[in-house]
Design a protein around this ligand. Structure first.
Ligand SMILES: [Zn+2]
Length: 226
């Protein structure tokens, strides 16, 4: 079944099971999955979707802002690191450490557990990104000093649904650790984006004019993160 939400065509996959209630899940930006019983008809489905419209819109929007999902986390035996694909090797060990060896990211781990190894990887990624940010931000701070702000504190953490966020009052920026999976220019763009928010809070015309002036090809990186 196909529906239209905010002028966008959305596919609704209908799964029938021996259940009483209807359940809705957002699969991706253009697909919903609805699970219902065998005797629910199309009219009831449409009414259910209509009732859930706000919920659907909110969830689709999340996919709008962060849809580099195909690069985040483990991808079978692989993981993306600064835009390149590496083997993700878990090596049971008496210590925890992460080493890059050729096309392999070796996770020396106390536990032979994938989630635990991934957790170690993100700890490593956080440190990596902190070092990268320290280098990258220098030129932006210098360039943007004409707008009169001083060096904000920047923190790398796991976030859902956004690549970065800023707090003007606290002069603070948070950057999503998942940026480790993308080309470093994406990190640079997110950094600039959040720094400019300290000058211009909203995504106004002026906001994008400033971004454009400092990073003329920013749309490319925005696209990569979509
Ligand atoms: Zn923004």
């Amino acid at each position: 079944m196909e529906i239209v939400i905010n002028q966008q065509k959305i596919q609704v996959l209908i799964i029938r099971k021996r259940i009483k209630n209807m359940y809705l899940r957002v699969v991706d930006k253009t697909t919903l999955k609805l699970t219902c019983s065998f005797h629910v008809d199309e009219r009831q489905v449409l009414r259910f979707i209509e009732e859930k419209k706000d919920w659907i819109e909110t969830h689709l929007k999340q996919y709008d802002s962060i849809n580099g999902k195909k690069y985040i986390g483990l991808k079978g035996p692989y993981i993306y690191f600064y835009g390149n694909r590496f083997y993700f090797d878990i090596i049971l060990s008496s210590f925890n450490d992460v080493l890059i060896d050729g096309n392999r990211i070796c996770i020396y781990s106390l536990k032979e557990d994938e989630d635990y190894a991934l957790h170690l990887f993100y700890q490593f990624a956080k440190k990596e990104l902190e070092v990268a940010i320290f280098d990258l931000k220098e030129k932006w701070i210098k360039d943007l000093s004409v707008f009169g702000f001083y060096d904000p504190s920047i923190h790398v953490k796991k976030m859902k649904g956004k690549w970065g966020q800023c707090n003007k009052v606290k002069n603070h920026i948070d950057v999503n650790v998942h940026l480790i999976h993308f080309d470093i220019r994406c990190l640079d763009y997110v950094l600039l984006h959040e720094l400019v928010h300290l000058v211009e809070f909203n995504h106004s015309k002026r906001f994008y004019q400033i971004i454009q002036a400092y990073m003329p090809d920013y749309k490319k990186y925005e696209g990569w993160l979509r």
